[in-house]
Ligand binder design. Structure first.
Ligand SMILES: [Zn+2]
Length: 121
């Protein structure tokens, strides 16, 4: 898989659009949950098209299984079990288990890789 196939500015725009879509999904959820799910669908399409991850902030706000927008306390339950964040989807009963320290580890690895790259050059 080759990286950087899309120009950087295009990826930035895609990220911005995903951010807008998820914000709208959150706003509309109370009155129009079906619209929220549509926004999630569009954001996921952008993610695939531009080979860009869903912004970290929103990564836990949709179900990986049924792609529903998740709103804690409304259609999903978030629990911290041991060192995992468990997210129960109220739409399809899917449980997402996210290691609690994952984000920290990823950041550290990214730093290490950028140092390594600099040394290789
Ligand atoms: Zn689900």
């Amino acid at each position: 898989m080759s990286r950087g196939k899309r120009p950087k500015w295009m990826i930035e725009i895609a990220k911005e659009r995903m951010e807008i879509l998820f914000n709208r999904a959150e706003m509309e959820f109370i009155n129009h949950p079906e619209r929220s799910n549509r926004y999630v669908e569009l954001a996921l399409k952008l993610s695939t098209k531009y080979n860009t991850k869903i912004p970290e902030k929103w990564g836990r706000r949709y179900c990986r299984n049924c792609k529903s927008f998740l709103s804690p306390g409304r259609n999903c339950t978030v629990r911290l079990v041991n060192s995992e964040v468990n997210i129960f989807c109220g739409e399809c009963d899917h449980v997402m288990k996210i290691p609690y320290h994952k984000e920290k580890k990823n950041k550290r690895r990214a730093k290490y890789e950028s140092i390594k790259k600099r040394n290789d050059e």
